[in-house]
Design a protein around this ligand. Structure first.
Ligand code: MTE
Ligand code: LUZ
Ligand code: MOS
Length: 763
């Protein structure tokens, strides 16, 4: 494993100015139509009748399609095929697709879709995790267990000084990618083949869904994508059913069709990060050492399984965060609810699992009156630790990172200054927290950890690389091009990655799980080395002045200058029957400090300082990685403290139960410039080569997301100071997100007393 020369990546001006072409910017082909969706208005109901007569005379109308028109199979789903493309008899959420209208313009398509009248017979709906548990409403066969040691024996034989029990509610999150879902699909050769451009992390899934729904072989369906304007997991599966919806009228009318969702529709129907409920029982010693964890977690899957089981599993794997726990039992279940199916989102359940852990860690600290950093430190895992699912920790850099962060952020000084500030101020309080993380790298489904690439070397010495991964702003193509450039020892400008396409690299896993530069980098390197080996007899004979000359000489000798590369992640696999195995190739570690100031009277806060450190091995491209860390942290900050999803409920006057209320930035607060920490420092651990991935690097995309929970726990620290002024010192729950309402009401004072509910005074 060598270190590649770091070719500086040229700034992509067009991405910043908004000139880069995204799916909806691609010019509509001649004869093209625009699609709009006909959506369920009920969370759970039988469809009694559909009247589309008025819609058909709407201006520009060109066609309307329902379940009965689907030429192939009307069922889709990424893992379990449990979802109708078009609802036929029963709808199970508001926003479920019932049909599609095509018209000459986007506006006319929407107008016609609105004129479709549907009669429903309403059925009882389940809308939250709590309701699902009460109604025993779970997705089939989604119960999972992990065990280590003997939890029952540990509790019953009184091996712990103290035992706490509690619940943690973890909120969901909208992806809010800048580019909403968009697909342009057209037929080829008189309607026999279907091609599409789709904004997706999973072109292969689009190909698969479209082939299935239209009754075509996958070999006649192509999906391409140049770049995605953000996916964050939201386009790992949920984009694929939209492509299949758009493909139906395109195929049946033999005309191009474009489906681009408006922001409100995208938010309403494509699902979010899973909310979770965690119920914990934790036993520990007077010195803070954890003895046992008995944990039950539930996630809100919505109305189809989608990736919810894999998300639950990743949450279970991450429910120890970085702590050594001798006795563990984790039980998990996926709730079925009448909400749009929830899906992958940066971290994929990991942050939810870790947030539950940090909640009970923080509580142990309050119970023992020992600072939370000390509780964290005495329980750190290290090399040789065996996790609750059997994987053994190797090359652990946690302690190094942690100590470096404490020094570089001046943790003790910041903490003392905050304390002093708090004694001087009654209505403003500061809080500080420092949080560690470890994130498992690999898809937990072993078969997904495979990658293909196609490398062509042309006679002018330029190289065209294609691989199975998608560029969605994370810089994947730049990193992969660097790998090819360093392999051939040519400038980065000689390597080009044009697009991702199912007809160049087949059967690609979604671009997800943060491992794309690891696996596509390795697949491209494999292809480059094959070509280099074929060129070797020529290159070793002469001293060529340029790569172009070498390539031309090879060409004249009839050497194949194109290669398919492949990589499969070694030494991984997990057996859920036994509950043991190595789901991950390695872990990316990180830690963050945050200092916040809250206004106890309004519940407002701002982050005064955030210091983040990550171990990224020998990074492939530190500039990209710092951007990923900044983005992940701010996105995580939105999740823990700003973004709150709200739906209508039975009591609501005008909003149907299960209908998303927060359908745009007016009602759903995503982070803005103003939310960026006033002092924001990112650093990477030095001299920490990772023997497990390409050029000794580490994956970066998801791991830093959870570190924003430092902001959450800093807020909680500030609230603790406010409550001390009111004479309260006991533990209290704080659910995420820590919105102004929650912060305000937790800062108990004479003004909140009339409104206090039991949430702030737990029994
Ligand atoms: N960065 C940008 N700019 N846009 C994105 O959509 N997705 C994130 C992360 N960083 C995303 C991003 C998610 S959820 C993942 S899994 C990784 O990128 C995927 O890309 P990688 O495997 O190349 O890291
Ligand atoms: N997607 C997936 C993921 O299908 N499996 C995973 O393990 C995963 N992990 C993180 C993000 N996406
Ligand atoms: Mo990321 S949630 O793996 O797309």
């Amino acid at each position: 494993l060598g270190i590649p020369p770091l070719a500086a990546s040229p700034a992509r001006k067009e991405l910043v100015t908004g000139e880069a072409e995204y799916t909806d910017d691609v010019p509509m082909p001649p004869n093209g139509l625009h699609a709009a969706l006909i959506l369920s208005k009920k969370p759970h109901a039988c469809i009694l009748a559909i009247d589309d007569s008025v819609a058909k005379s709407s201006p520009g109308f060109a066609g309307i399609f329902f379940a009965k028109h689907v030429p192939g199979i009307n069922m889709v789903g990424p893992v379990v095929v449990d979802e109708e493309l078009f609802a036929s008899v029963v709808v199970t959420c508001v926003g479920q697709v019932i049909g599609v209208v095509v018209a000459d313009t986007h506006e006319n398509a929407k107008l016609a879709a609105r004129k479709v009248q549907i009669q429903y017979k309403e059925l009882p709906a389940v809308l939250s995790i709590e309701e699902a548990i009460a109604a025993n409403s779970f997705h089939p066969e989604t119960e999972r267990f992990l065990r280590k040691g003997d939890v029952d024996h540990c509790f019953s034989s009184k091996q712990c000084d103290k035992v706490i029990e509690g619940e943690v509610q973890v909120g969901g999150q909208e992806h809010f990618y800048l580019e909403p879902n968009s697909t342009l699909v057209w037929t080829v050769d008189g309607g026999n083949e279907v091609h599409m451009i789709s904004s997706t992390q999973a072109p292969k899934k689009h190909q698969q869904y479209v082939a299935r729904v239209l009754g075509l072989p996958m070999s006649k369906v192509v999906c391409k994508i140049k770049r995605v304007g953000g996916g964050f997991g939201g386009k790992e599966t949920r984009s694929a059913f939209l492509a299949a919806v758009a493909a139906t009228p395109s195929y049946l009318l033999n005309r191009p069709v474009k489906l681009t969702l408006d922001r409100d529709i995208d938010m309403m129907i494509t699902g979010q990060r899973h909310s979770f409920l965690g119920k914990y029982k934790v036993g520990f010693m007077k010195d803070g050492k954890i003895r046992a964890l008995d944990l039950e977690i539930f996630n809100n899957g919505g109305n189809s399984l989608d990736l919810s089981l894999a998300v639950l599993e990743r949450a279970m794997f991450h429910s120890d965060n970085v702590y050594e726990i001798p006795n563990v039992r984790v039980k998990g279940k996926v709730c079925f609810t009448n909400l749009p199916s929830n899906t992958a989102f940066r971290g994929f359940g990991g942050p939810q699992g870790m947030l539950i852990a940090e909640n009970w860690i923080q509580r142990i600290s309050m119970e023992l009156k020992i600072s939370p950093e000390v509780i964290r430190e005495v329980n750190f895992q290290r090399d040789g630790s065996v996790l609750h699912y059997g994987q053994k920790i190797e090359n652990c850099t946690l302690e190094r990172l942690w100590n470096q962060l404490k020094t570089s952020s001046d943790f003790l000084t910041v903490q003392q200054a905050a304390k002093l500030f708090n004694t001087d101020n009654r209505w403003k309080k500061r809080g500080v927290a420092i949080i560690p993380t470890k994130f498992g790298i690999s898809f937990t489904a072993k078969f997904m950890n495979q990658a293909g690439a196609l490398v062509h070397v042309y006679t002018d010495g330029t190289v065209l690389v294609t691989h199975g991964g998608v560029e969605m702003g994370q810089g994947l193509h730049t990193k992969v091009a660097q790998v090819a450039a360093s392999s051939f020892d040519i400038p980065l400008s000689s390597v080009f990655i044009s697009e991702t396409s199912t007809d160049k690299v087949p059967n690609a896993s979604p671009t997800a799980a943060s491992a794309s530069s690891d696996i596509y980098g390795a697949a491209v390197l494999d292809a480059c080395e094959q070509i280099k080996a074929r060129m070797e007899p020529i290159s070793s004979k002469h001293n060529f002045v340029s790569f172009a000359e070498l390539v031309s000489a090879c060409y004249m000798e009839r050497i194949d200058l194109s290669a398919h590369g492949f990589y499969k992640t070694p030494d991984i696999g997990f057996d859920w029957g036994a509950g043991k195995g190595n789901p991950f190739r390695y872990f990316t570690y990180g830690a963050a400090l945050a200092e916040v100031e809250i206004d106890t009277l309004t519940g407002d806060f701002h982050t005064r300082q955030a210091d983040v450190i990550l171990d990224l091995g020998l990074p492939l491209n530190p500039a990209i990685d710092v951007g990923q860390i900044e983005g992940a942290f701010i996105q995580g900050l939105g999740w823990v403290a700003l973004e709150e999803l709200k739906w209508g409920d039975a009591a609501h006057k005008w909003l149907p139960a299960g209908c998303l209320y927060t359908c745009g930035p007016g009602s759903y607060k995503i982070p803005s410039m103003d939310d960026v920490p006033l002092k924001f420092s990112i650093s990477l651990l030095k001299d920490a080569p990772n023997p497990k991935a390409i050029h000794s690097s580490k994956a970066v995309g998801e791991p830093p997301f959870f570190l924003a929970s430092a902001v959450f726990f800093a807020i909680k620290d500030a609230i603790i100071a406010a409550r001390e002024d009111a004479g309260l010192s006991g533990w209290f729950p704080l659910d995420n997100p820590a919105t102004p309402e929650r912060i305000r009401m937790a800062c108990v004072d004479e003004f909140t007393k009339p409104f206090i509910n039991s949430d702030f005074h737990p029994k």
